[in-house]
Design a protein around this ligand. Structure first.
Ligand SMILES: C[S@@+](CC[C@H](N)C(=O)[O-])C[C@H]1O[C@@H](n2cnc3c(N)ncnc32)[C@H](O)[C@@H]1O
Length: 510
């Protein structure tokens, strides 16, 4: 390992992705539900991502928020070089990428301005103690009073069985030659053998070990290296992180998942009863983590306390919000997988909301007028549907041209190995992921192939020219079979995807 890597394995790249938990208005939504005033995003604000990886997330945000200035830092030059080129080509002039380590940032006192949103996702567990401290020092130095900070990390409660595996992976990897991908392959083979030991830890945690191994074999290989293969990897209990964050005057606000944070009615009743008797926030969070075997925490903090929003302000805000249906495929059962367990939505509440949003963008107030259901049931349903990405909050974006430019870049590069597959929905302040066929349909559409036949021909040609074929029931489709399958996909795409792209301003400049 080179010295500049500081114990974090960086010989291969981290896969690109967009995480909506890092989105300013998503963080604001959580803050509002937690009873504090949001940070205005329709006027100037500063945002910084520490350890931005491939930087796709920040690109999406810069395209979605014309009033924000976005600073993104990562010490891996391979990450920064590509994303800079895309930002330039997409003409995004409100995002700045820096190839710097956290220590180098601290060494330059005037490096960052005051920051309103500071986020670090997938960093705290994986770096060494010095850099964990550097993250907190950067918050201390740069986060504006009242700013929001997001930190995610592996939670010890869910890693009790996984921690020894990580230690083994790191130890075994040192025995093997080659780059991290090669090492990991050999480590997985060794672990496969170790799981046959039917004693002690291997017996006690056999199921959990098998699940982890299965995931190591099927998930993105680069991701698996970045998850496990670090010298200083550490899972944490919530109170430990909360105490460390307090050094930067950061107070814990809530989880960055509105459904999990604010649906206490989903908790088992024994938990609710016990929590009623416990005042200390750290103890309460730890008990919840132990109850749900939480393995990954996404936490929001505020620098000092923001102005509080009472019930009335919250309700007034909620009534005004307009909702857009993002996932338009038929939902047969309203069941959601949350880390707190499966949440079942009442058909009599959820179905009318979805039906109403199928035909129009509606505010909460309008939904209440249309559907005869009380406000608290509608609110709970909206929170769950929003948290799980079924619906989004509609806000007309004044300059969707940035998003359209970026989308065009993403579809144009769909066949190279950038791994960027998210399409920006500017009027919904979010992005959704597409597969290669979906990206190619969109590329054709941008190029003016609007009629079904032209579009299918375009996609067919683009795929077959690269020797890419569609699989059906595990079999590769060729020639006419592939073309007729593309017609089927196109019908579905026109019905469920195109309207979302149109209504959210992802297609044409406003
Ligand atoms: C697990 S990845 C997460 C990337 C991104 N936040 C995401 O979730 O897609 C961790 C990132 O932190 C960066 N990193 C690790 N140590 C760093 C340091 N000391 N200074 C700056 N970046 C660092 C790595 O290059 C890597 O891109």
């Amino acid at each position: 390992m080179n010295e500049w890597m500081e114990g974090y394995t960086s010989d291969i790249e981290y896969p690109a992705s967009y995480y909506r938990e890092l989105d300013p208005n998503y963080l604001n939504f959580c803050a509002i539900l937690a009873g504090v005033e949001p940070i205005a995003t329709t006027e100037a604000f500063n945002y910084c991502e520490l350890g931005c990886g491939q930087g796709l997330g920040v690109l999406v945000l810069a395209a979605n928020y014309p009033h924000g200035e976005f600073y993104a830092v990562d010490y891996n030059p391979s990450h920064i070089a590509q994303v800079r080129a895309i930002a330039k080509e997409a003409k995004l002039d409100n995002v700045y990428f820096f190839e710097k380590s956290f220590q180098e940032m601290l060494d330059e006192p005037s490096f960052l301005p005051e920051i309103d949103f500071m986020v670090f996702h997938g960093i705290y567990t994986w770096v060494n103690d010095l850099n964990r401290n550097n993250l907190i020092e950067l918050c201390k130095r740069n986060v504006r009073a009242g700013g929001l900070v997001y930190n995610s990390y592996n939670a010890k409660s869910g890693w009790l069985a996984g921690e020894p595996i990580q230690k083994l992976i790191w130890g075994l990897a040192k025995e093997y030659q080659g780059n991290s991908l090669k090492k990991m392959e050999k480590v997985v083979a060794t672990l496969d053998g170790l799981k046959n030991i039917k004693q002690g830890y291997f017996k006690e945690y056999a199921n959990s070990i098998k699940k982890r191994l299965d995931k190591m074999k099927t998930a993105n290989k680069n991701y698996i290296v970045h998850e496990y293969l670090h010298e200083d990897w550490k899972a944490f209990y919530f109170p430990e992180v909360c105490e460390a964050m307090e050094k930067a005057k950061l107070n814990y606000l809530c989880l960055a998942n509105p459904a999990e944070a604010f649906s206490e009615d989903l908790y088992p009743k024994e938990l609710t009863q016990q929590l009623e008797m416990i005042e200390d926030l750290s103890n309460r969070e730890l008990i919840k983590d132990l109850t749900f075997n939480t393995n990954f925490r996404k936490d929001i903090y505020t620098r000092g306390r923001r102005r509080g929003w009472g019930k009335e302000e919250k309700a007034a805000w909620l009534l005004k919000q307009e909702w857009i249906l993002i996932k338009r495929t038929e939902i047969s059962v309203f069941e959601f997988n949350l880390s707190t367990g499966k949440a079942k939505g009442n058909e009599l509440v959820y179905r009318p909301i979805i039906n109403a949003l199928q035909s129009a963008i509606l505010s909460t107030e309008q939904l209440l007028e249309l559907i005869n259901i009380n406000i608290s049931s509608i609110t709970q349903a909206l929170i769950l549907l929003y948290s799980t990405g079924v619906i989004g909050i509609y806000k007309k974006n004044e300059s969707s041209s940035k998003a359209v430019n970026l989308n065009k870049m993403i579809v144009k590069n769909a066949f190279n190995d950038s791994g960027f597959k998210h399409i920006v929905l500017p009027n919904a302040n979010t992005a959704i992921s597409f597969d290669l066929v979906g990206l190619t349909f969109l590329n054709g559409f941008y190029q003016g192939y609007e009629k079904s036949k032209d579009l299918v021909d375009y996609v067919h040609k683009a795929l077959t020219a690269r020797k890419l074929y569609i699989l059906k029931d595990g079999k590769q489709l060729e020639a006419e079979a592939m073309r007729s399958q593309l017609y089927q996909i196109e019908i579905e795409w026109r019905k469920n995807t195109l309207p979302v792209l149109q209504e959210t301003g992802a297609l044409a400049e406003s």
